[in-house]
Design a protein around this ligand. Structure first.
Ligand SMILES: Cc1cc2nc3c(=O)[nH]c(=O)nc-3n(C[C@H](O)[C@H](O)[C@H](O)COP(=O)(O)OP(=O)(O)OC[C@H]3O[C@@H](n4cnc5c(N)ncnc54)[C@H](O)[C@@H]3O)c2cc1C
Length: 543
C-alpha cells in the first residue's frame, strides 16, 4: 500500500453535488483539497427537481464567494449557456390525484406557479452533466481528485486524519464525508441509527425514459388549469393512496437538446409491499395500470437505462453529524424522501454552513467541536422538517379531500419560506453587502427564526394530529379536510385575498401574475400582522 505524504487541509469523500461544490469553494479559498470518489464521472444521480429555494441558494452562495460557476445553477438559461443543453425548465409544480380505475377530472389537479424573479429560475437538473461540470470546476481551482477510489478506513487522530483507500493512504487536517447512505465513517463511528427514528417509510422504482407525451395533451380543455404555463413545463406528480410518481422532463423547452424524462414511483410498503416475483419494470407497470391517466401518460415511454428498485426502504438517519476533525454532510446524515424536493435545498444549506464554518476554523486554526455545532443542529432539523412534511403528505394522499387541504397548507408555508430567502436577496441588492447572507447561519435551520414560524408550528401540530386521526379511521375525510381548511382560514399570516387559503376550490395559483405579487407585497407592507410587516416585508422591491 502506497502512502501519499502530502497533508491536505480537507479530504472529502464523495464527488456529488455537495462534495464538488465544497471542493470548489475550499480550493478557491486557498485550502488544499483532496476529493475521493468510488465511481467515475459522468455518472447517473438523482436529485433533479429544484424548487425556488434550491435555485436561490446557489445564487446566494455564488454571490457570497464570488463564484459564477455555482451561481449558474440558479438560472435555467445560465445552465444552458454555460454548463449543458440537457437540463429542463421548471416553471411550476403540478399534482394530479388519482383513484383506482378512474380518470381524474380537473378538480383533482393542482398547479402552483411561483413568482418569476430576474435573479433565479428553477431547473430540472440532469445530474450526470451538472455533477461532472462542478467536478471540472473544482479540479480547475486546484482540487486533487481520485476516482474509482473506495475508502476502506478512516482514522481520526489529534491533529491528523488518515484516509485509507484501495489505492493509497492520504492524510489531511479535516475529513468531510459526503458519500451518502453507505458511509464508512457513519458505520465505523456508529452514527447510523439501527432502528429508524423517522415516521416516513417508502421505497422506490425509477428510470429515465424517452418519448413521453406532455401531460397537457391528455387533459380535456375544460379540465386544464389554463394558467401561464403548461403542466409539462414543470415537475408533475401523479398522486394516489399509498404512493406517487415524479415526472421530471429534461426536454421541455426549445433550448434543450435532451429527449429524456426522469420517472420514479414512490410507494408506502405497507400498502404496496415489494413483489419479488416481478422485475422492477413489471412491478412499475402493474401498479400504474390501476390508474388510467397515469398509464396513458407513461405507456409510450422507452427506458434508456435499466429500471432500478430500492432494495429496502429509502429512509436512514443518524445520531451524530460532527466529531473531532470530521463531519458528515446532510445526505450522509440522513434522508427521508424526494417529495417536495427538499434534498437539494438541504444540500445547498449544508454547503453554505459547512464552507463558512470550515473556512473560519482554518483561518483561526481552531477546530474545537463547539463551533461545528450549527452543522449538527442544521442536519437534525432538516431531517425532522422533511419527515414531518412528507409523512403527513402520505397520510393525506388517502383521499382527495385531505390531499387538497394538505396541498394548500404545503403551498402556503413554502411560499413564505421562499419569501424569507428572497427578502435577504432584496436587502443584498439594496446594500451590496454580501455579509447579510451570514444571518442565515443560526442554531437550527434557515427560516426557523422567520416571523410566521410559531404559528406555522402550531398549525402543523394540529393538522398532524388530524391526519393521524384520519389514518386511524377515527375521523372521516370530510371531517379531516374541514379541520385542515379551517386551520388555514385562521392563519392571519396567509392573506386570503391573494390566494383563498382554506377554500376547497383554491387549487391553482399563478404568481407570475404581477398584480397578484403586488397585492401580496402591498398587504405585507401595509396590512399584515405587525411582526410579519416588520420582519418579513421590511425590504425595498428592487425591480
Ligand atoms: C429516489 C430519490 C429521488 C430524489 N429526487 C430529488 C429531487 O427531485 N430533488 C431534490 O432536491 N432531491 C432529490 N433527491 C435527493 C438528492 O438526490 C440528494 O439530496 C443529493 O443528490 C445529495 O447530493 P450529494 O452530493 O450529497 O450526494 P450524491 O450525489 O449521492 O453523491 C455521493 C457520491 O459519493 C460517492 N461515494 C459513495 N460511497 C463512497 C465511498 N465509500 N468512497 C468514495 N465515494 C463514495 C458516490 O459514488 C457519489 O458520487 C432524491 C433522492 C432519492 C433517493
Amino acid at each position: 500500500m502506497k502512502t501519499n505524504k502530502k497533508k491536505y487541509d480537507v479530504i472529502i469523500a464523495g464527488a456529488g453535488i455537495v462534495g464538488n461544490t465544497l471542493s470548489k469553494i475550499f480550493s478557491a479559498n486557498n485550502l488544499s483539497v483532496l476529493l475521493l470518489e468510488q465511481g467515475k464521472h459522468p455518472r447517473f444521480s438523482l436529485g433533479e427537481a429544484m424548487l425556488p429555494q434550491s435555485a436561490i441558494w446557489p445564487f446566494m452562495i455564488g454571490e457570497y464567494y464570488g463564484i459564477d460557476e455555482i451561481k449558474h445553477l440558479s438560472n435555467a438559461d445560465a445552465i444552458i449557456d454555460n454548463i449543458t443543453p440537457h437540463c429542463g425548465i421548471k416553471h411550476s409544480i403540478g399534482f394530479i390525484h388519482h383513484e383506482t380505475n378512474e380518470r381524474p377530472s380537473g378538480d383533482r389537479i393542482h398547479q402552483l406557479i411561483p413568482p418569476s424573479m430576474p435573479f433565479y429560475s428553477e431547473s430540472h437538473l440532469l445530474r450526470e452533466d451538472i455533477d461532472d461540470y462542478l467536478l471540472t470546476v473544482a479540479k480547475d481551482a486546484g482540487t486533487d481528485y481520485y476516482e474509482e477510489t473506495s475508502i476502506t478506513g478512516v482514522e481520526i487522530q489529534e491533529d491528523i486524519v488518515a484516509v485509507t483507500t484501495n489505492k493509497n493512504t492520504f492524510y489531511g487536517k479535516y475529513y468531510i464525508d459526503s458519500s451518502g447512505k453507505n458511509s464508512l465513517l457513519a458505520k465505523e463511528k456508529k452514527y447510523r441509527n439501527s432502528v429508524s427514528t423517522l415516521t416516513s417509510n417508502s421505497r422506490t422504482i425509477f428510470t429515465h425514459i424517452e418519448g413521453l407525451e406532455p401531460i397537457d395533451m391528455l387533459i380535456n380543455e375544460e379540465d386544464h388549469p389554463k394558467q401561464n404555463n403548461q403542466l409539462h413545463h414543470g415537475t408533475l406528480h401523479h398522486v394516489f393512496d399509498g404512493g406517487w410518481i415524479w415526472v421530471i422532463p429534461f426536454d421541455n423547452h426549445h433550448r434543450s437538446s435532451s429527449k429524456l424524462t426522469s420517472v420514479g414511483l414512490m410507494l408506502d410498503p405497507k400498502k404496496f409491499p415489494v413483489n419479488d416475483k416481478m422485475s422492477a419494470e413489471e412491478e412499475f407497470h402493474c401498479i400504474i395500470e390501476q390508474f388510467p391517466m397515469i398509464s396513458e401518460h407513461l405507456k409510450n415511454g422507452q427506458n434508456v437505462r435499466p429500471w432500478t428498485r430500492s432494495t429496502g426502504n429509502l429512509q436512514y438517519s443518524s445520531n451524530q453529524s460532527v466529531g473531532h476533525r470530521h463531519m458528515t454532510t446532510n445526505n450522509t446524515y440522513g434522508f427521508v424522501g424526494p417529495l417536495y424536493s427538499n434534498g437539494l435545498i438541504n444540500s445547498f444549506e449544508t454547503v453554505f454552513y459547512v464552507s463558512k464554518i470550515i473556512l473560519n476554523a482554518f483561518k483561526n486554526d481552531d477546530f474545537s467541536l463547539e463551533q461545528f455545532q450549527p452543522i449538527e443542529k442544521l442536519h437534525k432539523k432538516q431531517l425532522q422538517d422533511s419527515d414531518l412534511m412528507i409523512s403527513n403528505a402520505y397520510k393525506a394522499m388517502k383521499s382527495f379531500k385531505t390531499w387538497n387541504a394538505w396541498t394548500q397548507l404545503w403551498l402556503g408555508q413554502v411560499l413564505f419560506h421562499d419569501l424569507y430567502l428572497q427578502r435577504l436577496c432584496f436587502k443584498y441588492f439594496e446594500s451590496g453587502d454580501k455579509t447579510i447572507f451570514e444571518n442565515l447561519i443560526i442554531d437550527g435551520r434557515p427560516g426557523d427564526d422567520a416571523p410566521f414560524m410559531e404559528k406555522k408550528k402550531l398549525m402543523l401540530h394540529k393538522v398532524g394530529k388530524t391526519l393521524n386521526d384520519f389514518e386511524a379511521n377515527n375521523i372521516d375525510e370530510e371531517e379531516a379536510s374541514s379541520i385542515i381548511l379551517k386551520e388555514l382560514q385562521a392563519q392571519d399570516w396567509l392573506p386570503k385575498h391573494v390566494f383563498d387559503w382554506g377554500n376547497p376550490l383554491s387549487r391553482n395559483v399563478d404568481f407570475t401574475n404581477l398584480e397578484l405579487v403586488k397585492t401580496l407585497i402591498g398587504w405585507g407592507m401595509n396590512d399584515a400582522p405587525e411582526n410579519i410587516k416588520a420582519n418579513l416585508f421590511d425590504f425595498k422591491v428592487p425591480f
